[in-house]
Design a protein around this ligand. Structure first.
Ligand code: FMN
Length: 177
């Protein structure tokens, strides 16, 4: 027996991927926000689509510098991720406030976050859908991974402060890369 689901809750079923920390830097000032509305668009070069609301301080930094880093945290950082998603860099330095360590990236100005197990240096390659949807297409131009982390326990947003933690890994035959 199924019931109608409010359209406002549809995203909770489909929301993809792990919650990530998006870092930007504009005029030498770095910032970080939580982001879960992102999607893979291409394998190689890796293209990632993401929605960054124009209400966020990060929006202008991304739109004007056309650079950012996607930092992938694990469950140990969950509380800090939520803080980054509930405060604005307009008024505070979230790195200092929440004890996140910015480290220089190799190709972009935006910093990487040391505590995240993976870091993706990205450039905006298509902004045609920014005006209508706040949707940016990013190309990952360099990627970093902590080789010591085997099965990363990433966090996945289910709305209203609920997160699923990635757990058991299963292997099945697949032709996907
Ligand atoms: C779990 C979580 C996921 C979020 N995902 C997104 C997202 O995909 N896109 C977005 O624009 N804002 C998202 N937000 C909200 C921003 O992180 C939030 O508005 C933040 O305060 C923006 O920071 P800024 O003003 O420093 O850029 C999310 C927040 C949380 C807690």
């Amino acid at each position: 027996m199924k019931r109608k689901l409010s359209l406002s809750k549809v995203y909770r079923l489909l929301e993809p991927g792990p919650v990530v920390l998006l870092t930007t830097a504009r005029r030498g000032r770095a910032n970080v926000m939580a982001m879960s509305w992102h999607t893979m668009l291409e394998f190689e070069p890796p293209l990632v689509g993401c929605v960054v609301s124009n209400r966020n301080y990060s929006f202008d930094a991304l739109r004007l510098t056309r650079e950012c880093a996607i930092n992938v945290p694990t469950v140990e950082l969950a509380a800090k991720v939520v803080k980054c998603g509930n405060t604005s860099g307009r008024r505070r330095d979230k790195f200092t406030a929440y004890g996140l360590t910015p480290v220089p990236a190799s190709l972009i100005e935006a910093p990487l976050i040391a505590q995240c197990y993976a870091n993706l240096e990205c450039r905006v390659v298509d902004s045609r859908m920014v005006r209508k949807y706040n949707f940016f297409v990013l190309e990952v131009c360099r990627a970093w991974i902590d080789a010591a982390v085997r099965s990363a326990r990433t966090i996945h947003h289910r709305g209203r402060g609920e997160f699923m933690v990635a757990g058991r890994t299963i292997r099945l035959p697949s032709r996907m890369k």
